[in-house]
Write a protein that binds this ligand. Structure first.
Ligand code: AMP
Length: 227
């Protein structure tokens, strides 16, 4: 199963993505996680990407596109993958489509999480990251996943914030890119919607309302996926 997962920062895409990954037994490839991992390990890629990430800008396509296309060629991707955070603009969407065509790979599903921009912004600012596991959900503004005091609600681990999550300018910049339907992420989503319309519903497009709580969104998603 090959799946693209779109959604603005703060929509809960990472949390839902983890569930999809487990249901299908496929790797969850998150561009942002790959970059942050490289930054913390001090690699050349991390050094190059750092400035763009802190400003909320996209890391240049010349770095990001080959990085992801190479990742998809690794052994664990043979039976499918879930891409989260890529494509993030129209060029990346077109290049991914081209690369998949060249390899004779069909994309099965495109999920789009829909969330109001202001709600997404509040959720980002309330997000806390567990040092033990990035996917332990903690958000000081969401009742269902409020941390336990200043510790992780799942494992009592220490909680941190992402630098780019506390910088309003960087958040606005990330959302400007996401909601841009000319060349940004929304343009990339529309590219795949057009493809689906021309190709008898392949890939299948799944719209997902990200407004309710984590559990409700998961139920809707798994229902639509038939899982
Ligand atoms: P995220 O964890 O998805 O919020 O991504 C954090 C940051 O990583 C973004 O604000 C960008 O600077 C960078 N990034 C993630 N995905 C991409 C991508 N597909 N293309 C370029 N930059 C990206």
């Amino acid at each position: 199963m090959k799946i693209l997962f779109f959604g603005p920062n703060g929509s809960g895409k990472g949390t839902q993505g983890k569930i999809v990954k487990e249901k299908f037994g496929i790797p969850h490839i998150e561009t942002g996680v790959i970059f942050r991992d490289n930054i913390s390990r001090g690699t050349d890629l991390g050094k190059e990407a750092k400035g763009y990430i802190y400003r909320g800008e996209l890391v240049p396509d010349s770095i990001t596109i080959p990085m992801i296309l190479n990742r998809l060629k690794e052994d664990d991707c043979k039976n499918g993958w879930l891409l989260d955070g890529f494509p993030r603009n129209l060029t990346q969407a077109q290049e991914l489509d081209k690369a998949l065509n060249q390899e004779g790979i069909n994309l099965d599903i495109v999920i789009e999480m829909i969330l109001d921009r202001q709600i997404a912004k509040n959720r980002i600012m309330g997000r806390r990251l567990c040092v033990n596991d990035n996917n332990h959900p903690n958000n000081i503004f969401i009742d269902a996943i409020k941390p336990d005091g200043d510790r992780c609600r799942v494992c009592s681990g220490e909680l941190k914030t992402r630098t780019d999550d506390q910088d309003e300018e960087a958040i606005d910049q990330r959302h400007n890119i996401y909601y841009d339907n000319e060349t940004g992420t929304t343009a990339g989503v529309n590219y795949y919607k057009d493809l689906s319309a021309k190709n008898n519903g392949v890939p299948r497009i799944i719209d997902l309302d990200g407004t309710p709580g984590v559990k409700e969104v998961t139920e809707e998603l798994l229902g639509k996926l038939g899982k």
